[in-house]
Design a protein around this ligand. Structure first.
Ligand code: THU
Length: 136
């Protein structure tokens, strides 16, 4: 994965993270993905007083990608203010997997600039899938 692409993803993720709505956890997250067509979509977490109704940053980025007419994630970056790089939660690993392949890069990052690159298969081996081939 090209360093300039990773840089662009973290720029977008960091920028959108500033808009995160996280008054309950106080843990703001930003995510940015690049599609196979080169477009970048970003999202932040949006919490809710009814806790389970909140949404993760990755969900926002995926929703923006789908709304933009794209279907295939080439790479996704996640950033949060933590001592170690912020990797996607379990549910978001499944959400990413719907639009990824086993080698898709998932790059965890933190505010201090630490980065850790994983593949989809490393973060969610044996992912549940019904129809990876069609991406309807
Ligand atoms: N969060 C994300 O946005 N993405 C993740 O992958 C992990 C968790 C959010 C959800 C919640 O608003 C806050 O971080 C604390 O869990």
């Amino acid at each position: 994965m090209d360093d300039s692409v990773i840089g662009a993803l973290f720029d977008a993720a960091t920028k959108v993270r500033a808009h995160a709505y996280a008054p309950y956890s106080r843990f703001k997250v930003g995510a940015a993905l690049i599609c196979e067509d080169g477009r970048i979509f970003a999202g932040c977490n949006v919490e809710n007083a009814a806790f389970p109704s909140g949404t993760c940053a990755e969900q926002g980025a995926i929703a923006a990608m789908i709304a933009g007419g794209a279907r295939q994630i080439a790479a996704i970056a996640i950033v949060g203010d933590a001592p170690t790089p912020v990797a996607p939660c379990g549910a978001c690993r499944q959400r990413i997997s719907e639009f990824a392949h086993s080698g898709t890069r998932i790059i965890a990052g933190n505010h201090a600039g630490l980065r850790q690159i994983f593949t989809m298969d490393e973060l969610l081996p044996q992912a549940f899938s019904l129809r990876k081939d069609t991406m309807a």
